[in-house]
Design a protein around this ligand. Structure first.
Ligand code: ZN
Ligand code: MN
Length: 490
């Protein structure tokens, strides 16, 4: 059997987090009653004039810079003409050409096969979203124009494709989404459609430089779907070729339930969109000073932050990855370290107990500001984490008690040292207390003590555990071990 290798081009659409639409002042939001966020401009009424949204242009420029693109210092909007009921004007305002899009010729670095890989980006351009067709409950269809005219950024990878399989395809999207979230330009909600990914996939014989006919995949609304979809589509194409068939250029949908792709429409010929510069919109012009100021204001990006966390704080890759997965989570970590927390311990508390409690309660943690999704903020501040780690480090409380203290701090918002004091949870190091404790344990566990003395020393841990439990977790474990060893071995 011949062996096929896939090639994947990625086209990503990201709705921009602006307050208003691209060319009018209608608000941008998700959901709500159909056609409640519309006006003559976004409904494409004759005689209306578009006014470009400055914030949207700036968001695309920032993204283009973060993706290492060249910026088009002079750039125009084009009309992309086609007819479809969700497109009120009969054209979409978009950007055409190789060097006209706001950004072009960039790349995104992704982790791949133990190292990193550059995925070249052909263009980053600005356009507007369309409305949404909806099936009506009683039959028939309607159009909701709430989404029409929402600022939309399109990011397209270069040809020939650098993405060779479903793993890289998924990773590209993971990294790209994270960059967009760090920049604060998109909320990245794939399930709500604010981030949409349409990979085009082709296969070719291994060793051949002849690229095959590609198909485009739609309706992928999770990372998992992207991964499964690309894999499925490359295998499907290989099977068609093996059976002597031909790949047809077509758009296919992804069915999440059956985990298969299905034919949506065949592209008989490349549609002629009759692109031309939009006469209603003045050309955009930028100067060097403006672009430099945007470049300087870029935040540290996820991969850079990850390697800095590893080299500066000695964290392992897995820990660093969890911390940088969310920008505010990473900022929370750094705020705690700045307050004097030991990086490794702060990281451990955050990624285990704290993450779990947040998850269970539906709360969010932030070093400052509000949660963009409106979740309640945790009462645990970076200062709480620092105090807790220090109380463990200086031996005031045991690790076991610390977990209890943390849960109470999470509930009440009280500082760990106050909880320890109020509940009398300090660790006991008093030697006569430890001696009595060990004495009791030896007396009450005679058979285990026999076992130990007969050479099966594995039972030692059990005896230590008994002593700690008896002290309600307050006895210092090292001292208990010392005393127990002395009594058993001596
Ligand atoms: Zn409007
Ligand atoms: Mn587009």
């Amino acid at each position: 059997m011949p062996k096929y290798v896939p090639s994947v081009g990625m086209e990503v659409h990201a709705e921009l987090l602006t307050r208003s639409k691209m060319f009018c002042r209608c608000p941008v939001a998700f959901g709500g009653e159909p056609n409640t966020r519309v006006c003559p401009v976004c409904l494409g009424m004759p005689g209306t004039l578009p006014v470009p949204n400055q914030a949207a242009i700036e968001m695309v420029l920032k993204t283009a810079l973060a993706l290492n693109c060249t910026i088009a210092m002079n750039s125009v909007f084009h009309r992309k003409n086609y007819f479809y009921p969700d497109l009120p004007k009969g054209y979409q305002v978009s950007q055409y050409g190789e060097t006209n899009p706001l950004g072009y010729g960039g790349y995104l670095e992704i982790p791949s096969a133990g190292g990193t890989k550059k995925i070249r980006i052909r263009r980053v351009h600005l356009e507007e979203d369309t409305g949404k067709l909806m099936h009506l409950p009683g039959g028939g269809a309607g159009v909701d124009f709430n989404r029409a005219g929402v600022p939309l950024m399109e990011i397209v990878t270069d040809f020939p494709p650098d993405i060779q399989d479903q793993e890289d395809a998924r990773e590209y999207l993971v990294q790209l989404r994270q960059v967009l979230l760090y920049l604060g330009v998109c909320d990245g909600k794939m399930e709500q459609g604010s981030l949409r990914c349409e990979p085009n996939i082709s296969v070719r014989l291994e060793g051949s430089d002849q690229y095959g006919t590609k198909t485009e995949l739609k309706n992928l609304n999770s990372f998992r779907s992207v991964q499964l979809g690309v894999l499925y589509e490359s295998e499907r194409q290989g099977n068609v070729l093996d059976e002597g068939g031909k790949i047809v250029q077509e758009t296919r949908g992804w069915n999440e339930q059956t985990e298969r792709s299905f034919l949506m429409r065949t592209k008989e010929s490349e549609q002629d969109y009759r692109y031309f510069p939009c006469p209603d919109l003045v050309p955009m012009q930028f100067d060097d000073a403006y672009i430099s100021s945007l470049r300087e204001a870029l935040p540290e990006l996820p991969l850079a932050k990850k390697s800095r966390f590893m080299s500066k704080f000695g964290l392992n890759e897995g820990d660093a990855e969890l911390l940088i997965a969310d920008r505010s989570w990473a900022e929370y970590f750094e705020a705690a370290v700045e307050l004097g927390g030991d990086p490794k311990s702060v990281c451990n508390w955050m990624n285990s107990d704290f993450a779990r409690l947040l998850n269970e309660s539906g709360q969010a943690a932030r070093a400052s500001g509000e949660d963009p999704d409106g979740r309640t903020l945790s009462k645990v501040s970076p200062a709480h984490i620092v105090e807790l780690t220090q109380a463990v480090q200086d031996g005031t409380i045991s690790g076991k008690i610390a977990k209890e203290v943390f849960e109470q701090a999470f509930e009440s918002g009280k500082l760990p040292r106050q909880i320890v004091q109020e509940k009398g949870l300090t660790q006991i190091t008093d030697s006569s207390f430890i001696e009595n404790l060990v004495e009791d344990v030896i007396r009450e566990n005679a058979s285990q003590v026999e076992t130990y003395k007969s050479g099966k020393t594995g039972v030692f841990g059990f005896l230590v555990g008994q002593a700690i439990q008896r002290s309600q977790g307050r006895a210092n474990p090292q001292l208990v071990q010392q005393e127990l060893k002395k009594r058993l071995d001596g």
